[in-house]
Ligand binder design. Structure first.
Ligand code: ADP
Ligand code: MG
Length: 699
């Protein structure tokens, strides 16, 4: 939306603007206008006082019962204590040195009271609440309309209350000029949308429930519309930028690889392979997301794409999020290629941990073009690394790479390279378009034949017998010649950012555990230096370690087929996709895998629901749906605030999937008829603005 980007201090004054910025991140008039109410209250509505959460900001509609004053000695010489009730219970309001308030807060007066619930001498109270009294308006208006009139309740903080926001919005709305509408008229008509001015007015200052619900509908539509228009515009821009065609090469690397392959490609691998080779035959850059379970064979698909590019003499870079993973990709890709082919294409590992001499050597391979496939980490972004002819960038685990990093690597090619992004944390196919609408999305939905499902069980911390059984089970598995991962949320006890078991302490304790006597137990975590980490990993791979206690450094890609059991301690500290990802590390060989999820989470908590879901469901796509559902529930309950401001304000990806998809089709049609948006200048401007803001916030 093309809303005024005037700084708030111009409108609200310095002090208020500063406080809005600091507490709510609202900087401009546009930010404030899009700070939508969380919900609406009404004067008639009574929010139960019996259910107030300590430490949280609340708004209560209640009636004053009585007011008492006390005089004391000291700095606070006057305390006013006002009791209010909503019929369900009583709550005290306290004011220090503000005797004058007693004149307003007369018994029987009703009003809205807001503040942070505190506790004093075991009693709940609101100290210095903000309030608005419903005085004699009632007599002048229709009492019912007055009682029902929606009162917006904004996401607020203790120092910027919902009233202050409401007041500020009043000022802004009173002086708001006409806002140009970027939704074409025929669509606005079709969906019976309000004008933007009207919608903003009605969402912030509704007279009736119908007002805000139609305003919300209009603004939600706008949000979906702009989101999709922006994604499609990016897609079109990408299709206009030139790239080198990377198909029809004659070096024969891919053919040699395929004929040496000891297994058959799955159907999914075949069809995604075909999609990718069509992409590589185009004269604009591929921008494809490949999603699939851990172990679904994504890396193999990527490797075949890189070989196709090598067949045309082009280079490929495979980017891994960590050193451990890069090294591991290097090892497993060396193995898949075989010695001869690896040598022929000059397979190279380039990470920050290489010695200076080795790095120089690797960089020389890359700049000379001798290396056709380079595997590395963000070290590949370093200015010093130059490519001879970069044709394809493969990004493993896209969620760990920022857009700007990808952009940097893109710039390493003479023309934009083709980009294939892989992720093992799939999102439901139907939603992919809403989030990755500028990319083509492929999914590998089946696991290679012979892969067995992992057994997963929840072990409640309170069940001491079961917990000690866990360690017996670990010993049994090791006795059978297998290996075990134990995953902890923290590195050591000094880690204040995370809670739960630490690698340090757990390692020490397990070494003392009589069940595990004579087992070789060691640890791995991200704070070790690279050499130590590689050393430990190598020992584990060589079966010199039985039990590896680790943080989530092992989350992605670590491939040790002999590891059959994973014990995850304090599993409630991990998200659904993380747990699913973690357990994908076991059962990769002949024997069935077992994952034990230990947790002290309470009955009925969202954390326990997450863990139960992981134990009950093995399909990553289904889990991703459950994950989004639970996150949404979490948000509604205010338990987990999603940090950072997403571009989605009113929309929720799952709840509004149908709307977003419908709008997607409409926007596609719009662009088909008019790719340059000649007839929709306002929309064009709005998209440009969105991207400008994004570039700015990227820094
Ligand atoms: P991902 O990257 O999706 O986690 P990988 O490509 O690393 O999966 O494959 C996991 C393992 O399965 C590797 O050891 C790989 O060689 C093997 N693999 C891949 N595709 C197949 C297939 N079609 N049949 C049998 N094994 C396969
Ligand atoms: Mg992989």
């Amino acid at each position: 939306m093309l809303l005024p980007t005037t700084a708030l201090d111009r409108v609200l004054g310095d002090k208020t603007a500063k406080s809005f910025a600091k507490n709510l991140g609202l900087i401009t008039v546009a930010d404030l206008l899009q700070h939508y109410p969380r919900r609406y209250s009404s004067r008639g509505e009574l929010t139960p006082i019996t259910n107030l959460p300590v430490g949280e900001s609340v708004s209560i509609v209640a009636e004053v019962v009585d007011a008492r004053e006390r005089r004391t000695k000291g700095r606070v010489s006057h305390i006013l204590e006002v009791r209010i009730t909503d019929g369900s219970g009583f709550l005290s309001l306290t004011f220090f040195n503000q005797a004058w308030r007693q004149k307003n807060l007369l018994p029987g007066t009703r009003g809205l009271f807001a503040g942070k619930i505190g506790e004093y001498q075991g009693k709940l109270q609101l100290a210095h609440p903000d309030y608005e009294l419903f005085l004699d308006e009632v007599s002048q208006f229709d009492a019912k309309a007055w009682a029902d009139k929606p009162i917006p309740i904004y996401p607020a903080s203790a120092s910027v209350t919902t009233w202050m926001i409401q007041k500020a919005l009043g000022i802004v709305l009173d002086t708001l000029g006409t806002i140009e509408d970027e939704v074409p008229e025929q669509l606005a008509k079709k969906h019976k949308l309000m004008s933007l001015n009207q919608a903003l007015e009605k969402i912030h200052r509704p007279e009736t429930k119908t007002d805000w619900s139609s305003a919300t509908k209009t603004l939600s539509y706008h949000e979906a519309f702009l989101l999709q228009a922006n994604l499609i515009a990016r897609k079109i821009a990408n299709e206009k930028s030139p790239a080198t065609i990377r198909s029809g090469g004659t070096n024969g690397y891919l053919a040699a690889f395929d004929s040496a392959l000891s297994f058959k490609l799955t159907k999914g691998q075949q069809s995604v392979g075909e999609e990718i080779s069509l992409d590589l035959a185009k004269s604009y850059p591929m921008n494809r997301l490949l999603q699939g379970e851990v172990g679904s064979g994504k890396t193999l698909v990527a490797l075949r794409a890189m070989l196709a590019v090598a067949d045309t003499e082009g280079q490929s870079a495979l980017l891994a999020p960590t050193e451990v993973l890069a090294s591991q990709h290097f090892r497993s890709i060396s193995k898949s290629l075989g010695e001869d082919l690896a040598k022929e294409i000059g397979l190279t590992l380039l990470t920050g941990q290489l010695s200076t001499a080795d790095r120089k050597k690797a960089m020389l391979q890359v700049v000379s073009g001798a290396s056709k496939i380079v595997i590395g980490t963000h070290a590949l972004f370093s200015e010093k690394v130059e490519f001879y002819d970069l044709g394809l960038v493969v990004i493993d685990e896209q969620h760990r790479f920022g857009v700007e990093q990808r952009e940097k690597l893109r710039l390493k090619g003479k023309l934009s390279p083709h980009v294939l992004t892989m992720t093992a944390t799939p999102i439901p196919r139907t939603l992919a378009v809403t989030v990755f609408g500028d990319m083509a999305v492929s999914s590998l939905t089946e696991l290679p034949a012979g892969r067995k499902e992992i057994d997963s069980h929840v072990v409640r911390a309170g069940d001491k017998n079961l917990v000690s059984r866990v360690w017996e089970r670990v010993a049994e598995e090791v006795a059978k010649g297998h290996q075990v991962f134990v995953v902890c949320p923290k590195i050591d006890e000094s880690d204040k950012d995370n809670s739960g078991a630490s690698v340090d302490k757990t390692t020490t304790e397990l070494r003392k555990n009589p069940n595990l006597a004579s087992l070789r137990i060691d640890s791995l975590h991200g704070r070790m230096d690279q050499e130590q980490k590689s050393d430990i990993m190598a020992k584990f791979v060589n079966k010199e370690i039985d039990v590896l206690v680790a943080t989530t450094v092992i989350e992605v890609g670590v491939d040790v087929p002999n590891a059959t059991v994973m014990v995850i301690l304090d599993a409630d500290n991990f998200g659904i996709s993380q747990l699913h990802q973690l357990r994908g590390r076991v059962g990769r060989g002949q024997a069935k895998g077992l994952c034990l999820l230990l947790t002290g989470a309470e009955d009925g908590s969202i954390a326990l629901q997450r863990i139960d879901a992981v134990a009950a469901e093995s399909d990553g796509f289904k889990l991703s749906e459950i994950d989004l559902e639970l996150r949404r529930e979490g948000d509604v309950l205010g338990a987990s605030q999603s940090g950072g401001r997403s571009s989605l304000r009113l929309l929720q990806v799952i709840r509004d999937a149908a709307l977003i998809q419908k709008v997607r089709v409409e926007v596609e049609q719009l662009f088909e008829a008019d790719p340059g948006l000649e007839t929709s200048p306002t929309l064009r401007l709005a998209i440009e603005e969105m991207n400008a803001v994004e570039n700015l916030s990227k820094g």
